[in-house]
Design a protein around this ligand. Structure first.
Ligand code: GLA
Length: 337
């Protein structure tokens, strides 16, 4: 009885000292103990999009207290599986990941399970061996079809503003259909253009070999040369780099900015382009919320590990803002980016 009482008072004192100094009094991860380590693995760390997710994962860690984010670049399957080994060796309890290839889903989950690590997918959904989405792994991503539709609507609107004749106009859609989120975005965009009245037969699709500017530039070049009759181009693509590749191709083939409208997706990766002193064919970019992706996924993972609160299976993030040359600085600032 005596010992129990003493222990009780001891812990009470410890809790109040912690409270006094603003420490997290949780018995599992109090600040006197080693921090909770969480991995944040991204496929393309060179994209500002992913750098922003990392920055906001760090911010969440700071707000949560005594959490450390281990950031690892995972450009391919081998690096991804090695990264999971390293996380486990470092005592991490789980990780958030944007996989370099959705088909790695089963391998990632098997390895994570072998170490008892919790996993949240961000941006791109895992696929199982049959090529179906692994809906049992919690996912946080931008609402792909919807953001694509918005791209199509905005392209059509700007085409009307410029009073282009549809007769002289075509759509150059740079596709990356193996990546489901990319396919859904470009299909959403094409669907919205058709719905607005753009002729279906003037929408030309060209697949890119890699999801970066050089890949998209090649895809665009090969389509542009096949249609010398077209005066004005609308450029569709799954993200900023894809659309930028398309714009660079139109420039290379002598199109003036007045005859080209491209609208990217990500926002973060369009800052250099929108900062150029002279307007280019890159009209703007839809900025969703990389900040929310990074922050919310980290917070969900923490609560899952610490309190057993399972994250929802799907958290879509919507409401993108259209960044243009005239408003991008202000809009980025509003979001603290
Ligand atoms: C994919 C793209 C990235 C970014 C994210 C956002 O992973 O490759 O550029 O658009 O989606 O969810």
């Amino acid at each position: 009885m005596k010992t129990t009482k003493r222990t009780f008072f001891k812990s009470l004192a410890a809790v109040s000292i912690c409270a006094l100094f603003g420490f997290n009094a949780s018995p599992v991860y109090s600040s006197s103990e080693a921090p909770m380590k969480l991995g944040f693995l991204v496929k393309q760390p060179e994209e500002p999009w992913f750098q922003t997710e990392w920055a906001f994962a760090d911010k969440a860690a700071k707000d949560l207290g005594n959490v450390q984010i281990i950031k690892i670049a995972v450009p391919d399957g081998e690096k991804t599986l090695n990264a999971i080994d390293n996380l486990a060796a470092n005592g991490a309890k789980g990780f958030v990941i944007c996989t370099p290839d959705p088909k790695l889903g089963p391998a990632i989950m098997a390895k994570a399970r072998s170490y008892d690590l919790k996993v949240i997918a961000v941006d791109d959904q895992f696929l199982n061996a049959a090529g179906e989405p692994m809906t049992n792994v919690p996912l946080i991503m931008m609402a792909a079809t919807e953001i694509g539709q918005r791209q199509g609507e905005e392209l059509y609107k700007e085409m009307q503003n410029r009073k282009w004749d549809v007769k002289d106009t075509a759509v150059l859609a740079i596709t990356a259909d193996e990546l489901d989120t990319a396919r859904r975005r470009t299909e959403g965009s094409i669907e919205a253009l058709i719905k607005a009245g753009f002729p279906k037969e003037k929408i030309y699709k060209s697949p890119t070999k890699s999801n970066d500017i050089p890949g998209a530039l090649d895809a665009a070049n090969s389509m542009l040369v096949q249609h010398p009759e077209i005066k004005n181009w609308l450029v569709v693509g799954m993200n900023d780099n894809t659309v930028l590749g398309g714009i660079r191709a139109t420039e290379g083939q002598g199109f003036k900015p007045e005859n080209v409208i491209g609208i990217g997706i990500n926002g973060t990766d369009a800052v250099n382009e929108l900062s150029k002193p002279k307007a280019t064919g890159f009209f703007g970019s839809l900025l969703p919320s990389p900040d929310v992706h990074g922050y919310r996924s980290t917070e969900m993972l923490y609560k899952w590990i610490k309190d057993g609160v399972e994250p929802p299976k799907y958290t879509p993030i919507g409401d993108p803002v259209l960044l243009k040359r005239e408003n991008f600085k202000e809009e980025l600032l509003k979001k603290g980016l």
